[in-house]
Design a protein around this ligand. Sequence first.
Ligand code: NAP
Length: 462
Amino acid sequence: MQLEDIKSPFDGAVIGQAPVATIADVDNAIAKAVSGADLWRHTPAHIRSAVLLKAAALADERSEEIAQIISGENGKSLLEARGEASRSGEIIRLAAFEGSQLYGSTLPLDANKGTGLEKLGFTLRQPVGVVVAISPFNYPALLVLHKIAPALAVGNSVVLKPARTTPLTALALAKCFIDAGLPEGVLQVLHGSGSELGNALVTDSRVRKISFTGSTATGTHISSVAGVKKLSLELGSSCPVVVLDDADIEYATDAIALGGYINAGQVCISVQRVIVDEKVMANFLDALKPKVEAIKIGDPKNPDTKVGTLITEAEAIRVEASIKAAVNAGATLLTGGERNKTLVSPAIVCDVDPKSAFAQDELFGPAIAVSSANGIKEAIALANSTVYGLGAGVFTKNVDVAIQSAREIDAGIIHINWTPLWRADLMPYGGVKSSGVGKEGVRSTVSEMTEEKTIILHGRSW
Ligand code: NAP
């Protein structure tokens, strides 16, 4: 296979090389995955679990090496990359546990009119077979592991296609599983073009399940070509945070200064829109501005750097242009928005028209759009005003308003007194509306990566 250089988005240094797969490789990989799935589903859960626990120990041992790769190929600060890498072992251990909990239920068939006690019914959970996992660049370890660890734990085989820009992390993680004793054909990584390889993978009839994380545009395309398969689509967003007039402004601005800018805003649950009650707008902006200006951006390897680069210069140019377009349309740039190659300084854009593209379209960059609202009803209407619905946050001390927000905001994950940028690996995670279909989070993924069969034993009356 031809090797491709994978380069640092910060300075173009070569971080490593990855073999580029062809369409013929896709065909071979799926054929191997079919045999791998057959072997692995016939392997008892305690043996699968032991392999995963060994892989988790290797991921722990190799955490620093994985962090260096993440930061090198993705451009996020080493500080953030270490945080991400350190969760690898835990996610695999969680999957090893959940994969051993494939309980079913007994069916009360005699409650069906005309049925007696002569039948016995129950449900049985089994692996789906061949899983295709397609992941984005922004969390090259976490988003890969949230797919492959539960898939393997329950007995599936996986063909993984990581983002073109960040394959080295995926290869390093796959090596942990292989070194732990995962049999051949059970996990394969194919690096290459999403449109070519991705299309071949998702349309193949031998594949039973597609687990995709990426943009809404790609997810929409996949759902239109995949055919009859199980689909999990974790897609784009424009997450809102509501700051009400009774909120603790210092606390809320501390959280927003993190939640809008971590990973240079390239997070599906990043704070993109902040809807502030007009009564506290001035205090809010006064408190937020110095916190955002204190975020140190720069060389990802520098220990003082909090936030690194965008994934490519083209992405940095796009984000810079979006900020400028918002200002040309009447918004006010309070701070930031300057670009130096792949770095964009953290920006606060105020007076944003909530209907404008800057609020409505996913930005995926280090800027927040601040708009005002008059009271909770208007704030919720604005929070719900985009096509997306992944995460949302509400800052208030009023429990009635907290409950109203939890019930009325259209999002898959709602945080009261924090921003959407928070995740525990065990919690159900996924969006509504154009943010996707299905849930991740290890227990939820185990459910999505298995099929539930209904078994009926037909006895005779005694
Ligand atoms: P993307 O362009 O949609 O790419 C995601 C993955 O899909 C990549 O591996 C890509 O390969 C592949 N791909 C591209 N075209 C394909 C096709 N026709 N068929 C199959 N696969 C194809 O997204 P991205 O720019 O990497 O990631 C950013 C997006 O991901 C944002 O919209 C963000 O909100 C979303 N995201 C969502 C979540 C969530 O949990 N909801 C989490 C993280 C990110 P190439 O790299 O080779 O193009």
